[in-house]
Design a protein around this ligand. Structure first.
Ligand code: PMP
Length: 351
């Protein structure tokens, strides 16, 4: 069988043999490392699931693989014929670009001006077409609805186009049954607490479903961004905190979300998330992305109520390489933190 690659040249499709591991087969199986310096184990033990070790650099490789391969298996998309269209500002776009290149699918990623030049360059290097939506949705002032409107237009005009729709696609969530299984298998017993970042809530739903299906004692703590609407409308004080760091938090309630998936929700400001990243780097030599800093900040805030001797796992969704101009740039951080101070205890406790 021959398929077309984006430049029009015909190549032979690779035969798939299970004994023949390829780059897609390396998705998952990420390391779990102890964070003993940041969280001395005399109190409770913390391990980090380091998702940057996926070949596309983030946890979204799992979701992209699951969504694309299920769509191929069901016949919804055909390598060499179909075009995948998705809205993403970063990690999912990169993960899809890798998967679509591998499976000889065309890909259009709809982004907005906040997507970094480096992320755009990575997507293009994999052969994705990138469309930048320049204007925010007039009704909400957000880019997301404008990006979705562009996706809908492309679905109507591009032949054999398919939208994975990461906020509603159950295969996004199903990918994370494996994430939780790997965590449990790497430890002597299931952890007492799982701290994870919520965006599309695919990670949350998949891990929580596994916990419930296996009847595990693990309590799931979802980490959201101050100002996000995922778990309900923001409190009035949240309006003063602009949400800039991508990954966790959302401007819409994801269709994947179900009641009861999270035992607790912790909301973190951008400045707390920057501090979390910086402490992970200073103490553990881990250069992690913004939402990882949020997860660490949430753990630090929760330390007082985590019982002594507990085991906690923090899912770190990506690496810090994609945040060098922001979170790891002293000048950016200095001017940013001056603008947005963390909320006081009183603010947090005022309904
Ligand atoms: N952190 C980062 C860096 C991400 O890219 C994402 C995906 N948007 C998340 C956290 C949230 O993961 P999920 O979409 O599975 O909720």
């Amino acid at each position: 069988m021959t398929v077309l690659v984006p430049d029009g040249a015909a190549v032979r499709a690779r035969p798939h043999r299970s004994s023949d591991p390829d780059i897609v087969a390396t998705i998952g199986g990420t390391p779990l490392v102890a964070l003993d310096r940041l969280f001395p184990p005399a109190r409770f033990q913390v391990y980090a699931k380091c998702e940057r070790f996926n070949p596309g650099g983030s946890i979204k490789d799992r979701a992209a693989k699951s969504m694309v391969e299920q769509a191929i298996a069901s016949g919804r998309i055909v390598p060499g014929v179909s075009t995948v269209v998705e809205s993403s500002s970063g990690n999912l776009g990169i993960a899809l670009a890798q998967l679509c290149n591998f499976h000889r699918l065309d890909l259009v990623v709809v982004v907005d001006p906040r997507t970094t030049p480096q992320n755009l360059a990575i997507m293009r290097a994999y052969g994705a077409k990138v469309e930048v939506v320049e204007h925010r949705d007039p009704a909400t002032g957000e880019y997301l609805p404008a990006r979705i409107a562009r996706v809908r237009h492309l679905l109507e005009t591009v032949p054999d186009a398919w939208w994975p729709n990461q906020y509603a696609n159950e295969d996004n969530a199903r990918a994370h049954h494996g994430t939780m299984r790997e965590i449990v298998e790497a430890l002597p017993a299931a952890p007492d607490y799982l701290f994870l970042a919520a965006g599309t809530t695919g990670t949350l739903r998949g891990c929580a479903e596994y916990v419930h299906a296996e009847n595990l004692p693990t309590r799931v703590v979802a980490v959201d961004a101050v100002g996000s609407v995922i778990f309900g409308p923001p409190e009035p004080w949240e309006a003063a905190h602009k949400r800039t760091i991508p990954g966790h938090g959302a401007a819409v309630v994801p269709a994947l979300l179900r009641p009861g998936l999270a035992d607790w929700v912790v909301k973190v400001t951008d400045s707390e998330c920057i501090r979390g990243c910086r402490s992970l780097l200073a103490e553990e030599s881990i250069l992690a992305g913004g939402s990882s800093g949020a997860v660490i900040a949430a753990l630090q805030q929760s330390a007082a109520w985590i019982e002594p001797g507990a085991t906690c796992v923090a899912v770190l969704p990506d690496g810090g390489d994609r945040y060098l101009d922001t979170i790891y740039d002293d000048h950016w951080v200095e001017s940013y933190l001056q603008q947005y101070l963390p909320p006081t205890e009183q603010e947090r406790n005022t309904p």
